[in-house]
Design a protein around this ligand. Sequence first.
Ligand code: GDP
Ligand code: MG
Length: 319
Amino acid sequence: MNPQTESMVQPPVRDDYRSGFIALIGRPNVGKSTLLNKLVGEKVAITSPVAQTTRNRLRAILTTEESQMVLVDTPGIHKPHHLLGERLVHSARSAIGEVDLVLLLLEGCERPGRGDAFIVNLLKQQSLPVLVALNKWDLVAADQQDQAAASYDELLAETHWPVHRCSAISGDGCRELSAVMAEQLPLGPQLYPPDMVTDQPERVLLGELIREQVLLHTREEVPHSVAVTIDRVEDIPPKGKNPGRTAVLATVLVERKSQKGILIGKGGAMLKTIGQGARLQMQTLIDGSVYLELFVKVVPDWRSKPHRLAELGYGGGDF
Ligand code: GDP
Ligand code: MG
């Protein structure tokens, strides 16, 4: 499917092996990235209560003895307000054209909205198989469950898409969902090496872990105005009593001076909190000790500048 992966195609494991690409599609904040992490059992995508957390079209790979599922996390589909937003929506929509199956996430604990109807109509125009996951089912009270599920009947009328209930947080229903997803894929060989969990380079994952901490600790306009670059990653070998560790130098870009002030915080307190949180996550990711140095830089209006977006990896095409 993807020319880059052709050279990596593995020999067939068995005749009835299934493989393919599955796009996770849904409104911002329905839990696409959380579910992707749960399904592959590792944190490869960052998540947060802030809408539009996901900016990269990240692939996560789940390999079992029966199948290999390549899950494509997408930025949520929403009404864009700036160039970055436009590119994010374009990225999510074009993912639909490149997969074998769509997993449509809906928020089980909420009533369907106009955003959901827009996405359902978009998917109805494709001939792709679609599975529906009513996520956040842990938030639906036991006596409300039938009513909550029924509230989606009208939205999904005439679709015949199978509907599953799940919680990406507790994991309830995820194993069943993953089994049904695998069954829907075409017969085919492994597309990626079996031990590969994501297609994103380590640098990107490291940058995302910093951005996640910014999203968790700041408010209002700051989260959306932030981008992260990883400037250097260096292995420091063990010396005397000091064990080896990885040094990471990174820059957090913001759009305004006032945002820089917020990020640094009183006496540097905010940057310290962000750095500590990111460092702990990085240590889990690379399974070793990390030294992290963070800088903050103002780049006015980077979200509206095509060359800045390209530099930051939010290019025009498939990102
Ligand atoms: P995305 O924008 O669709 O990728 O959504 P995220 O994965 O970033 O999740 C948005 C928020 O919803 C985060 O705060 C998650 O912790 C939360 N969330 C995701 N799935 C669930 C779930 O099944 N149950 C509950 N209670 N919260 C969830
Ligand atoms: Mg996301």
